[in-house]
Design a protein around this ligand. Structure first.
Ligand code: OAD
Length: 236
């Protein structure tokens, strides 16, 4: 496609795989080793908060120790170059890490929340959080202890920023999904929404995703090279 002006990019765990953060559904992935129903639901947190908080503590430490890779950098560069051309790159991520931001992306919409933030279930204040969370952790806003949880979306909860995402999708002339298996809705449905709106679609992944047949175009390979090459071909 020639010179798209408004690109909607949806990223998933595959974008952070080369930074050493595990994906969910690949062989040996997080959900192959752990039961999401026991770790990533409000019911699991209510029944066994220590186990749930430990799981996210472990992942938070991994995020803090990780560094962005070439795919994150390419997206940050493309955002800046597209803005120079008077266009816009809307970056919607399912990832709860901060590697897009650390690579320089300015506007990142985290539809599944952010691991480096904690939310108080007593007053709903959201606070930047880099340390472990435990049942004694107190909310800096209201002072109540024992009610802090990671500010991430669990199964059975509503993803965040859905209205802004729908608006950006409707305004896009190119939809690109990178490193996502297409297994979790609503994100998995965006390619078909884009197609229905007449927007060009491309998937960039290590291998065809569950949704591969819904895309117009595809580039297969590690995101660090496949995405970088795709954006370079667009002059971004
Ligand atoms: P998945 O683990 O389901 O899919 C990761 C995708 O990335 C797979 O299709 C891999 O083939 C691909 N992949 C792996 N390494 C790659 C690389 N180096 N370059 C390019 N692609 C690569 O992760 P998501 O689709 O992000 O939600 O999962 C969606 C949601 O399910 C997550 O946000 C999380 C999870 O349960 C919640 O926890 C609510």
């Amino acid at each position: 496609m020639d010179d798209p002006k408004n690109i909607f990019v949806l990223t998933g765990a595959g974008v952070s795989a080369e930074s050493g953060l595990g994906t969910f559904r690949d062989r040996g992935g997080i959900w192959a080793r752990f039961d999401p129903m026991k770790l990533a639901t409000p019911e699991a947190y209510a029944a066994d908060p220590d186990t749930v908080l430990d799981f996210y503590d472990h992942r938070r430490r991994g995020v803090v120790a990780a560094a962005p890779n070439a795919a994150h950098a390419a997206l940050a560069r493309a955002e800046a170059r597209l803005a120079e051309r008077g266009g816009r790159l809307f970056l919607c991520t399912q990832n709860v890490d901060d590697l897009h931001e650390r690579a320089g992306s300015r506007a990142v919409v985290h539809m599944h929340g952010e691991l480096l933030k904690a939310r108080c279930t007593a007053c709903e204040a959201v606070t930047p959080w880099r340390d472990d969370l435990n049942r004694a952790s107190a909310c800096p806003a209201c002072g109540i202890g024992g009610r802090m949880r990671p500010d991430v979306v669990w199964f059975g909860e509503m993803p965040m920023h859905l209205a802004a995402i729908e608006d950006a999708l409707a305004a896009a002339d190119l939809f690109v999904a990178v490193g996502t298996s297409g297994a979790v809705y609503p994100a998995a449905g965006y390619v078909r929404q884009a197609r229905a709106l007449g927007i060009s679609t491309c998937e960039i992944n290590l291998e065809p995703s569950d949704n591969a047949d819904a895309f117009d175009d595809a580039r297969y390979g590690p995101a660090s090279t496949a995405l970088t090459g795709f954006l370079a071909d667009l002059g971004l």
